[in-house]
Write a protein that binds this ligand. Structure first.
Ligand code: SF4
Length: 352
């Protein structure tokens, strides 16, 4: 039986060090290899010229550096780029790059599809297929940086806001974050890595015990009654249990003045009245936060016919929150024309 090769994109620095020690090499080889992978974007052991040739030959026989393959690229008029990537088992995911003037954000997927079925989101329309491996999460960034970022080093932010609920893929999320933030990995500040979740309290606790990152909470409704209707998982983990775990997360964080980003999608006539804004204030006033209002993006074939809140209502909603002392921004929707915006990522089903 042919033994499957080890994929080095699966391994953080500590696991790589252990690996090299286990084959009778010194642990510094881990940093040497990581430099080739994450600084030079090299996936060919034969080209790693500062490593002795016998070791290169051996690594080539037992290991690989293998990221998902790009199968499609779409460019938005606003500069946003969306890639469709194919995994080893032919499943597909989507990854988005959102450029600003001097920096950029990469939005990565953590699962193929999603189990949670939020009513305003396209990702779960095709059901849940599987969790992504660490190499498939890290590999999305590796591919994109290799294409667009080797010179300019533009990618300063990583957000787990692509396909899937990252906290339901906790083990691989944590090991990916370790590689993304490692100085010999992508070297992205932990403050600039944001995990967005609909709220899985036990996983929020585990996350804070393992890594220090920024958190975004997809609240989207200020009462359990309403939230149950648009985010079914709320029936299991209600708003107060989520906020209590988020408060603990913030207290445990080493990041100064840590706040959670409250994400609130604006849906016409559903959650966008002044009454809702009042309820929202009451709901989150004990949690250090900043609020990000997200005008609902257009999604084809959704079972529910939600539409985006009117601009005037978004403005009134925002004004109310600002007057109450909350930092409140309205997200500038990027990449909507190529279905790369929030809630639009879907992977393979989009072809149908
Ligand atoms: S919003 Fe997030 S958790 Fe909800 S269905 Fe979409 S991907 Fe899943």
């Amino acid at each position: 039986m042919i033994k499957e090769k080890i994929n080095f994109l699966e391994m953080d620095r500590i696991s790589l060090e252990k690996f090299f020690l286990s084959i009778g090499e010194k642990s510094f080889r881990a940093m040497q290899i990581m430099k080739w992978i994450y600084f030079h974007y090299c996936d060919d052991f034969k080209l790693m010229t500062d490593i002795k040739s016998s070791l290169r030959f051996y690594l080539d026989s037992i290991a690989t550096i293998s990221a998902p393959k790009i199968v499609e690229r779409k460019n938005s008029f606003d500069g946003t780029i969306k890639w469709k990537m194919r995994l080893y088992d032919s499943k597909e995911i989507e990854t988005v790059f959102i450029p600003e003037k001097t920096r950029g954000t990469i939005c990565v997927s953590s699962q193929v599809g999603c189990l949670l079925g939020c009513k305003f989101c396209a990702t779960s329309m095709n059901g849940f297929k599987r969790n992504l491996k660490t190499s498939e999460i890290v590999g999305q960034i590796w591919r994109i940086k290799k294409i667009i970022d080797t010179q300019k080093n533009m990618i300063k932010n990583v957000v787990f806001m692509g396909m899937g609920e990252p906290l339901l893929n906790l083990k691989n999320l944590i090991s990916s974050i370790r590689i993304i933030s490692d100085n010999f990995g992508f070297s992205i500040s932990k403050k600039k890595i944001t995990v967005s979740t609909v709220g899985i309290p036990f996983a929020i606790k585990k996350l804070s015990e393992n890594v220090d990152v920024s958190l975004a909470f997809s609240l989207h409704a200020p009462t359990n009654n309403l939230r149950n209707k648009i985010i079914p998982i709320n029936k299991k983990y209600d708003i107060s249990s989520c906020l209590s775990s988020i408060n603990k997360f913030l207290r445990n964080s080493n990041i100064k003045n840590k706040k959670v980003t409250i994400e609130y999608v604006m849906i016409d006539g559903i959650n966008d009245t002044i009454q809702h804004a009042r309820q929202l204030v009451k709901c989150i006033n004990k949690t250090p936060n900043k609020i990000n209002l997200i005008p609902l993006n257009r999604i084809n074939n959704l079972k529910y016919s939600f539409t985006r809140s009117k601009e005037k209502n978004i403005f009134i909603f925002q004004r109310f929150l600002i007057d109450k002392g909350f930092v409140t921004t309205v997200r500038n929707s990027r990449g909507e024309d190529i279905h790369a915006a929030c809630g639009q990522l879907i992977g393979k089903i989009y072809k149908k």
